[in-house]
Design a protein around this ligand. Structure first.
Ligand code: SAH
Ligand code: DHB
Ligand code: MG
Length: 221
């Protein structure tokens, strides 16, 4: 099995199960036009994220890493009337592209983007009494995934879900001798999850158009 096959199967899944959507396509086109890296969740993974938000009846969502707003729009659309999504993005240029796409999708009243390093944005969220969050999607700088997870857990409620993207990292997750910071952070995340009585968690390996990676899902008990 090779990358060509993984990509072909992702394309098949997208063609059959992920209907074309004008707002999402416009957001992707604008991101490409503006030169953003095409590292958003794949369409099948994005749909899973959206289904998880629905399954859970999420009303409050926190996202780390907006990029061009692709996952943001998917998640925001899963929310019922009155739902709220806060997305944290360090790059002001990316956030501007995302904001335009979110407005185009009619989600201005649902989504709030906060620009700046996510760790610096967290104290204000707490001070403003935002949360607990029903679903947190961690998809920003990978070295901080354990820090984002720790904060998200403290601002969750029993039944909340915390999802972290890009934890398998081409399989280096299992390499105890890896010196790569981003990989070490995912290994630390797994140690935290293993030792944390407040969650039950698993990690699913994925292949697809974005290669070999995986995501962690933690359910707060
Ligand atoms: N969730 C998006 C993809 C996010 S890509 C989607 O699936 O559509 C990762 C994003 O995290 C990038 O836009 C990057 O600029 C942002 N990022 C990197 N470091 C960050 C930080 N310290 N705080 C917030 N965002 C950060
Ligand atoms: C990168 C970030 C992501 O969120 C992703 O899904 C793939 C790659 C990156 O920073 O390279
Ligand atoms: Mg990602």
């Amino acid at each position: 099995m090779d990358q060509e096959t993984f990509s072909a199967v992702d394309a098949f899944i997208e063609e059959t199960l992920v209907p074309p959507d004008e707002s999402l396509q416009a957001a992707l086109d604008a991101a490409e036009e503006a030169g953003l890296p095409a590292i958003q969740v794949s369409p099948p993974q994005g749909k899973l994220l959206q289904m998880l938000a629905r399954l859970q009846g999420a009303r409050t969502v926190l996202e780390f890493g907006t990029l061009g707003g692709y996952s943001t729009i998917l998640l925001a659309r899963a929310l019922p009337a009155g739902g709220r999504l806060i997305s944290l993005e360090a790059n002001a240029d990316y956030a501007a592209v995302a904001a335009a796409g979110i407005a185009r999708a009619g989600l201005d009243d649902v989504v709030e983007l906060r620009v700046g390093p996510a760790l610096e944005a967290l104290p204000a969220l707490a001070e403003e009494g935002l949360g607990p969050f029903d679903l947190t999607f961690i998809d920003a700088d990978k070295v901080n995934t354990p820090n984002y997870f720790a904060w998200a857990l403290d601002h969750s409620r029993p039944g909340s879900l915390i999802v972290a993207d890009n934890v398998v990292r081409g399989g280096t997750l299992a390499d105890g001798s890896s010196g790569e910071e981003a990989t070490l952070a995912q290994r630390r995340l797994h140690e935290m999850l293993a030792a944390e009585p407040r969650v039950t968690a698993t990690t699913i390996q994925t292949v697809g158009g974005k290669g070999y990676d995986g995501f962690t899902i933690a359910l707060v008990c």
